[in-house]
Design a protein around this ligand. Structure first.
Ligand code: ADP
Ligand code: MG
Length: 801
């Protein structure tokens, strides 16, 4: 052991060694004084099992876990474990004591169940093959036949098609292929979804064919046969609920008949099968309870459960996996060794193998929570690669030539010309960021995040004005015509005041209009253009496009953003600056992951004088009250939204969604909202139909808009002051926040009424309470992240990445 390695091992062992040393001081005087000593030691040992990279050490830690879990006095345990820990730290052989303890028939933990790594693997890459240090104890109990690793065919590699794997015929190969598992590597990377603790079963009746189990029974009968010159042994055991046949296709030693004498109590572990209509275990691990003494405890057997592959039995899958797992050590480990070591990450091959075949001592909960070091290793890799891609993209962008713009006036001064109000501190700060970026000869890639109404558009217009005054062009692109029109209204109301020529290009302009606008863009006569995808059509040419502003970019594809940049390059001879706006707050902790190639500016402050939207939670039985408020608002000349969650996609066409929201709308029209003009908006309407409904709502031809979440990124309707959200508990907090942002956009006080079903637990109620407490989108996003995890954010964002 090198010095460096020894030091590292000492450091690693400290959490286990320190409490032990303390407990053992002065002839173990502290043993009984330390609260939860065993628990602390067990936790430390279990953590180490996952962290330590050396297979031999890991096995020894596994046996330490067994000692700690086993019966026996505290003092004795502390003594044994401390001796062993010191032996490990000093690089000595296992102490005799623990050897006996491990050899008591329950088996060493980590390595014996691992498939053997490929011994011929070159060690040149500096990583040890997983099994190069075998467990310290000779393993004389062969693993059950179906677990034994078959000899790897010479030709099998990670890239081999699965059909060449032993145990996979054309039939199974097809099943795997259908699941997207084509190569050995795919198979190895097909990780368990969860784990089950197949501990001691109550009775034989509870056994499930195909699963591993441990069971106790009484020996009923036995027989020995010679089968094709080989000896086969059979023992039947039984309990009150049934019988189980044990078979061996080898000799169990001369004294087997005596050992398995009728009437003895026995404990067996193995995989249960059905053979000729009878439950059977082949080559089980056995423990004769009468002779070997009672089992110290119920052994745990952590069985990996894979997502189902139709037509393939779980045990077939596990068997096939056993045949390929040795190749896991060949997986391309992309984490540099230095980084892996710094973070105590086990290597990839080990992690994958142990996730498929977790050592017995592994904490089941940690496995289920994906909190084992092996899970962490894989998660780390995913984020590592994502960051690499993102940073690569960023580096590439930074290497591009941009246009350094020299401004005649600061962006804040531009804002003064455009708007009657003073900028908020947050807006001023963001404008300085943008000014700084665009002053450099590196293209800006900046994300502007802020709640609806926080003043992003005002910022964008100020930046646009500055570029126009510097003699170049700006394109403002929105995902829908309505949003484009909305930006166009702001642009037309502000920019011309500063002498800037603005035009609008969407898919619905007439051919003649379009020709005129294209002419204006090509000549530079139009300085700021607002539009939709129509802006990136092939025949659009700019004179000098220096800034692209993209609203709600997650609704645009990467290619569309690239296309806008391309138009800039063609016209400018340099990559244009890009400002992306979004009202969907991303928690800071996630921003780098999701938007890592963008610099992020945040507007975390609303302009003064806003009446916050009043948010109130209602129980289902208060729904009359809720709809009375809707009626009241309509009587006052206001409008309202009623939003329903998407129903489970029970059929592919989403017909259920339409049916559900349609019938809800009808119920409201015939009941609580009788006599009001009700509109209906759902995801199955095509874009034109959606726009038509939204427009009718905007023009006050509809009083109440019943909608699914499609209304989320919508249009400002300042006259709408009530937002009712049905089944609010089914929405994420961020989503609720987005929906709430649809109201409170005009002069009138607004309210958001959250209806939660009567069956909702208090947990759901508390969670929704966050909505009553805060209007800060970031706080809500953080709470959402804590409650639901990052899946949703990344899910909705990925389309834009
Ligand atoms: P966002 O684009 O973030 O939703 P907007 O820029 O559209 O926000 O601003 C929302 C409303 O607030 C608009 O009516 C805008 O004129 C107004 N506004 C923006 N900034 C300020 C400010 N600093 N002071 C007062 N009103 C502002
Ligand atoms: Mg806006």
């Amino acid at each position: 052991m090198s010095n460096e390695k020894a030091t590292e091992l000492e450091t690693l062992l400290a959490p286990l060694r320190n409490p032990l040393t303390f407990a053992a001081r002065n002839d173990f005087e502290n043993v009984e004084r330390i609260k939860d000593l065993e628990k602390t030691l067990l936790a430390a040992a279990r953590r180490l099992v996952g962290v330590v990279r050396d297979g031999g050490v890991r096995a020894r830690l596994g046996s330490i876990v067994e000692v700690l879990e086993g019966k026996g006095g505290r003092k004795e345990k502390v003594r044994r474990v401390l001796e062993e820990v010191e032996a490990i730290a000093e690089g000595r052989e296992p102490i005799a004591d623990s050897r006996r303890l491990i050899a008591d028939g329950r088996g060493p933990i980590a390595e014996s169940r691992l498939p053997k790594a490929d011994d011929r693997r070159p060690i040149a890459d500096g990583r040890k093959p997983i099994a190069d240090s075998r467990p310290p104890i000779a393993d004389d109990r062969a693993p059950p036949a179906e677990r034994r690793v078959s000899k790897k065919p010479e030709s099998l590699s990670l890239k081999s098609e699965v059909q060449y794997v032993k145990g996979i015929g054309p039939g199974i190969a097809k099943l795997l292929n259908d699941k997207g598992i084509a190569t050995v590597e795919d198979l190895i990377r097909f990780l368990p979804r969860r784990y089950e603790d197949r501990s001691l079963r109550g009775s034989i009746r509870d056994l499930t064919p195909g699963e591993g189990a441990t069971i106790q029974g009484t020996i009923l009968a036995k027989s020995a046969k010679n089968f094709r010159g080989r000896r086969s042994l059979e023992v039947a055991i039984g309990d009150d609920t049934g019988t189980l046949r044990l078979t061996w296709f080898r000799s169990l030693g001369a004294d087997w008949a005596e050992r398995f004498a009728k009437g003895k109590r026995v404990q067996v572990s193995g995989v249960v099968k059905v053979f000729r209509g009878q439950l059977q275990m082949a080559h089980p691990e056995t423990r004769i309870l009468d002779d070997d003494g009672p089992a110290p405890e119920a052994p745990t057997e952590l069985v990996p459960i894979y997502s189902e592959i139709e037509g393939l039995r779980p045990q077939q899958l596990r068997r096939v996996l056993d045949n390929v797992l040795p190749l896991a050590s060949h997986l391309d480990d992309c984490i540099p060794t230095a980084i892996a070591e710094r973070h105590h990450l086990p290597d990839l091959g080990t992690s994958v193998q142990l996730l498929h075949r977790p050592p017995r001592a592994t904490d089941l909960q940690a496995l289920l929570d994906m909190a084992t070091p092996w899970h962490k290793r894989l998660i780390y890799e995913e984020l590592f690669l994502l960051q690499l891609v993102v940073l690569q993209r960023k580096a590439k962008a930074a290497a591009e030539a941009g246009r350094a713009v020299s401004f005649g006036a600061s962006l804040a001064d531009e804002a003064v010309k455009l708007f009657p109000f003073a900028l908020t501190k947050a807006q001023s700060r963001v404008l300085r960021d943008i000014e700084h970026d665009m002053g450099k000869a590196v293209p800006m890639h900046r994300l502007l995040q802020g709640d609806v109404g926080s003043g992003k558009t005002a910022v964008a217009m100020s930046a646009a004005a500055a570029i126009a005054h510097a003699g170049m062009q700006v394109a403002i692109m929105a995902p829908t015509e309505l949003l484009a029109e909305q930006h166009a209204r702001t642009a037309l109301a502000s920019l011309p005041k500063a002498g800037i020529r603005v035009d609008v290009l969407t898919g619905s302009v007439t051919a003649a209009e379009r020709r005129r606008i294209l002419g204006g863009l090509a000549s530079g006569n139009i300085q700021v253009v607002v539009g939709t995808h129509a802006l990136i059509q092939a025949d659009v040419r700019f004179h000098k496009l220096a800034l692209g502003i993209i609203d709600e970019q997650h609704r645009f594809g990467v290619l569309q953003r690239a296309r806008l940049l391309e138009q800039g390059r063609e016209s400018l001879g340099a990559t244009p600056h890009v400002l992306v706006m979004t009202a969907t707050p991303i928690p800071r902790t996630l921003a780098l992951t999701v938007y890592g190639d963008l610099d992020v500016s945040i507007i975390d402050e609303l302009p003064p004088g806003r009446t916050p939207v009043k948010t109130v939670l209602y129980r289902e039985k208060q729904r009359d009250q809720v709809y009375r408020r809707v009626r009241h608002a309509v009587e006052q000349g206001r409008q309202a939204y009623v939003v329903f969650p998407l129903v489970e996609e029970s059929d592919k066409e989403g017909m259920a969604e339409i049916r559900a929201v349609t019938s809800e709308a009808e119920d409201l029209a015939n009941g609580a909202l009788h006599g009001l003009r009700i509109g209906l908006l759902h995801g199955r309407l095509d874009a034109a139909a959606k726009e038509q409904v939204m427009r009718a709502f905007l023009n006050k031809q509809i009083d109440v808009l019943v909608a699914t979440t499609v209304v989320e990124v919508g249009i400002d309707v300042p006259n709408a002051t009530v937002m009712v959200i049905e089944h609010a508990e089914r929405f994420g907090l961020s989503q609720l926040h987005q929906l709430r942002g649809r109201v409170g956009r005009g002069a009138h006080a607004s309210e958001c009424l959250l209806l939660t079903s009567g069956t909702s637990s208090d947990d759901a109620w508390r969670r929704l309470g966050v909505m009553e407490e805060t209007a800060d989108g970031f706080k809500i996003a953080e709470a959402d992240l804590e409650i639901r995890g990052p899946g949703d954010f990344i899910g909705t964002r990925q389309s834009g990445l």
